[in-house]
Ligand binder design. Sequence first.
Ligand code: SF4
Length: 358
Amino acid sequence: MTRGEGSFVRDHVTRPVRADDEEIYRLMKPGGTYLDVPEHLRRYRSDIFDDKYVRLSFEGLSRTITAHIAKDGYWYIHPREHRTLSIREAARIQTFPDRFRFAGYPTARYRQIGNAVPPLLASAIGESVISALGTVSEGSADLRARTVPESSFRDDLLAWFSTNRRDFPWRQTGLNPWETLMLEMCLHRTRADQVSQVAERILHLGGTPRQFIENFEALRSTLSTLGLHWRAEKLLEAARHIEERYAGRVPDNWQELVTIPGVGDYIASAVLCFAFGQHAVLVDTNTERIARRVLGEEGERSRWRRRLALHDLAGPRGSSPEWNQALLDLGALLCTARVARCEQCPVRAHCRTGATSL
Ligand code: SF4
């Protein structure tokens, strides 16, 4: 071995081995534990310390390297040699590159290694966070390939939205949280233009949970024009629930919102976003369709993967009310379930599906 800085292996120094320990090591097979040590050689109670000694195996996984390795190396007996691991061997298991130096006495170096988050694990977590935030990781071709250039996507979408937005009564400012929740429940599985026609009357008669309960009979006939006849009863349950549990005030957190009858993940997120100004992604078939087309991802995905994809699209500035409305309008006007009008689309330059249709 040369001693050039690139090839010299530091810290490959092992601890001295007691004679009685060496006798034990010689009797242990790779993968063996303290239970394999003959009775007359045991210094510790085997009913408490059944794994006081562990001999590693070249075929198996190492035990997790912990700071305890600084005290003794009995959990890390070398698979072939009758000794415990050196500092450098422990560091390699923790995925430290050989150029990495540790400081202090040998026990301090072992402790640093045992307390460390393995660099490759930290790297994997960091890349996942970067991916979730929608930013591009330098040096990660894979991430670059699958991450949308969020700022341009966002800017182009919002610029288009500023002149193409759909105006609905529920998009006017000044609605209270109950009004937002009520109209979101009306929009469930119902066309926006249908709800738009009766929204003013619903808001007039049911502007608070109490008013909704008091005017329910009049509201029932109006709500029946939207279809889904169970909806009126569900709204009445929701109004009573909010009156009884929250003194008429709609809660401002997801955990409590989803306990309200008729309120699921989408409506809870919509209320948080549009009524309380919080950043919340809206996961439904329309937003998911856009994310899938833009990111070029095929096939079924779990709900958390769909949520993650929408966070990817929103980027670090998050799912603001304006962002969510823009995404919903894109899905309603251009990127519809029936047809993708890519030639008119403001985000085509950032869309994998749009790129293939050029
Ligand atoms: S480019 Fe086409 S597929 Fe992509 S978001 Fe726009 S309409 Fe949808």
